[in-house]
Design a protein around this ligand. Structure first.
Ligand code: ADP
Ligand code: MG
Length: 681
């Protein structure tokens, strides 16, 4: 066994207690520690001048103490320790709170290094709560700042990484072939790992980071290529035959397909007619008309004598799809059924039988569709709606019900294209980037809670005009707030609008109750529906034209956009009111984006930019392990380059079996098995 794979407890200073804490940080082996990269750095390489006080960052200063430290006592127990300083050009003062014990160190004439953010206060430059820096650390370059857990300090981690680097970094082996490192000017791995922890300057840092990001993204991209070729490229699928009845059906629709819909449909039909198995993602903003594309694909499969299944993440959605599909297919003689968890046992058994003997053409449902009892006579096409809610494993189980059925997944979560290539690397992508004509845009307003009275008036007006209203409250999972906050708001509306019908909907209700509530809203019996985000996806109530969203800053922008898409689905002018009491600049900017745009792709890009990818989406949710150093939002420039390189070399790796890629191949396989673990969890 290489020393790198040995437990971290072999490192000096790591006893049982620290071992447990390190494990908690995901550090089990020496190699894990070497790859535990800093999240930021302290820069003690540059000494700043007090006169540059407008520079609002933590800086390092070399100052001489002019007057000895003076302690004063304020408000009860608080102490303030102050002393005058100079950097030779400008004078200022140090201010410490509750650190009077430092007084003996602050004697007149002493020269010290301190790190602090400068402040200009009462005509003086103040360094408040400065950190006194040991002279040894000055000029030692950038010092790592690590992600910590309670019980372990940054200094301890520095000690551990330092000794791990000194003792073991030379054992790291190159994964990339030497031609590649030469061609792309990549630093050696040992250099990169050493210097990502302790870079002597910005340049060394940049060189090291590039090397590590390059490798990480390359491995990720190759893994995704492999998934993709394993899944569909080479697997044979059904060859569906042209059928003119499909065109007749399209002609008979009450509307004309948009260009984008036609394009997507075409791409799907080409896949279905080819002998390769289809694995396609259909991406389209809320309301862009994905459902009809699903309908047409399924009709095409049925015309070819095959059965289809369509899986949605919630019963609500499955039902809704069932209703609209039944409507679309009502004159075709197709047998369309619904199968969900709450379907009575007897009916389920009946459906199982009819499915098996081929009497059912199209089945729509939830996870109930991947249960053991479900078997088909000849399944030809599967559709997964809102695929990010399902793991790869569930999608596979749905497909395993047939013999290589074609597979279409749909999502209304717009993702910038480069990212989609990473996240959905195993799928081909079609995008509907155009809304059907004559869609009224939704007017969006941002207010704070002090507008409640005005909002109430607005709510009454809509209801008196015969419309319905959504009120949405965020899910705050940590302390089980969702129920409480939704309930509080529900109570407010119930009491405020005694003569209207107000109902509450949340995820923890019994399925039956949820269904009844939603049905009552769909049929117009409920005026105001107060809910958590269970209504987020796909729900279609054209008569609802107003949505109020509380604590709007708690949501991702893409999610807000999805929610907002629940209104504006009918002929009525629709409104979305975002209620935000968060006064931070970033919250303000995010709300502005919602006010000014209704383009899901633009909103997604802004969200990514303003919040970073970690918040934008859990990559884990998409079956991809957390990245150690690459950042899918800010390292976009590398992505394109790496996507090109990957497609160039994957042939050399997997078809020609060129041995110079052996190590890289191992890394790719290790990542793939990690992905699988996540997918099955
Ligand atoms: P999505 O599932 O993409 O959110 P839907 O498929 O529910 O959107 O479509 C939203 C609405 O637009 C539906 O009422 C549908 O009938 C209608 N629609 C779809 N395509 C068109 C079109 N080409 N022209 C006019 N209306 C359309
Ligand atoms: Mg095919």
């Amino acid at each position: 066994m290489s020393d790198l794979n040995r437990s971290i407890k072999n490192l000096k200073g790591v006893g049982p207690k620290k071992l447990e804490l390190l494990n908690r940080l995901g550090i089990n082996t020496i190699e894990d520690l070497l790859y535990y990269f800093p999240k930021s750095y302290e820069d003690f390489s540059k000494i700043s001048m007090l006169g540059d006080y407008f520079n609002d960052e933590k800086n390092l200063y070399k100052v001489k103490i002019i007057t000895p430290g003076l302690v004063s006592r304020v408000r009860g127990n608080m102490t303030i320790l102050k002393c005058d300083i100079t950097d030779g050009v400008t004078n200022g003062e140090l201010v410490f709170f509750n650190q009077h014990f430092l007084k003996p160190q602050l004697y007149s004439g002493r020269v010290i290094y301190v790190s602090a953010k400068p402040k200009y206060n009462n005509g003086r430059i103040q360094l408040t709560s400065p950190k006194i820096i040991d002279e040894k650390e000055v000029n030692s370059g950038l010092l790592p700042v690590y992600g910590l857990t309670k019980g372990i300090t940054n200094n301890e981690l520095r000690k551990f990484t330092k000794s791990a680097i000194d003792l073991y970094v030379n054992e790291l082996e190159e994964v990339l072939p030497s031609e590649m490192t030469a061609e792309y000017g990549l630093a050696p791995i040992q250099y990169a790992v050493r210097n990502i922890h302790y870079p002597k300057d910005e340049k060394t840092y940049a060189i090291s980071k590039r090397r590590l990001v390059f490798e990480e993204l390359l491995v990720l991209q190759l893994a995704l290529f492999k998934l993709k070729s394993g899944n569909d490229r080479y697997s044979k699928g059904i060859v569906f035959k042209e059928n003119t009845l499909l065109n007749d059906f399209i002609e008979s629709l009450p509307f004309k397909l948009t260009n984008a819909q036609n394009r997507a449909l075409n791409e799907i039909l080409i896949d279905m007619k080819s002998d390769a198995k289809m694995n396609r993602l259909l991406q389209g903003d809320v309301g862009s008309g994905k459902t009809i594309i699903a309908v047409l694909s399924m009709y095409f499969a049925v015309l070819n004598g095959y059965q289809c299944s369509m899986m949605a993440p919630t019963e609500l959605l499955a039902k809704q799809h069932y209703i609209s599909l039944s409507e679309y297919f009502k004159d075709t003689g197709l047998n369309v059924v619904l199968l969900v968890g709450s379907t009575p046992k007897k009916e389920k058994e009946h459906i199982y039988g009819e499915l098996k003997n081929g009497n059912i053409d199209i089945i729509i449902g939830t996870h109930a569709l991947i249960q053991d009892g479900v078997n088909y006579s000849n399944l030809g096409l599967t559709i997964t709606d809102e695929q990010h809610r399902f793991g790869v494993e569930q999608r596979n189980r749905l497909n395993a019900k047939g013999e290589n059925p074609d597979n279409l997944v749909m999502t209304a979560t717009p993702i910038p294209r480069t990212l989609a290539l990473i996240l959905y690397g195993d799928l081909d992508i079609s995008i509907i980037d155009e809304l059907p004509p004559n869609r009224k845009s939704i007017e969006t307003f941002v207010v704070n809670t002090s507008y409640q009275a005005r909002m109430d008036k607005f709510v009454i007006k809509q209801i008196d005009d015969g419309r319905q209203v959504y009120v949405v409250c965020p899910l705050i999972e940590e302390n089980d707030m969702p129920l409480k906050s939704a309930e509080e708001i529900y109570n407010y509306y119930k009491n405020r609008f005694k003569d209207k019908t107000v109902k509450l909907l949340h995820g923890k209700m019994k399925t039956d109750d949820k269904n009844t509530t939603m049905e009552d809203f769909v049929s117009g019996k409920v005026d105001i529906l107060v809910s958590t985000t269970v209504i987020e996806v796909g729900v279609n109530v054209p008569n609802a034209n107003l949505m109020l969203i509380y604590n709007a800053d708690r949501f991702g922008l893409s999610q807000l956009h999805q929610l907002r898409g629940r209104v504006g689905r009918g002929e009525y002018q629709s409104y979305c009111v975002l209620i935000n009491d968060n006064r931070s600049e970033i919250a303000y900017k995010r709300m502005k984006v919602m006010e000014s745009s209704d383009d899901g792709f633009y909103i997604a890009e802004k969200d990514l930019e303003l919040r970073g990818p970690g918040e934008f989406f859990g990559t884990r949710q998409h079956g991809i392990p957390d990245l150690k150093i690459a950042n899918l939002a800010t390292d976009m420039e590398y992505l394109k380059e790496i996507q090109n390189i990957s497609s160039e070399i994957s042939k050399e790796i997997y078809e020609e079996n060129n041995s110079k890629y052996d190590r890289l191949k191992l890394k790719v396989d290790a990542l793939l098995s990690k992905c699988e673990e996540i997918g099955t969890n």
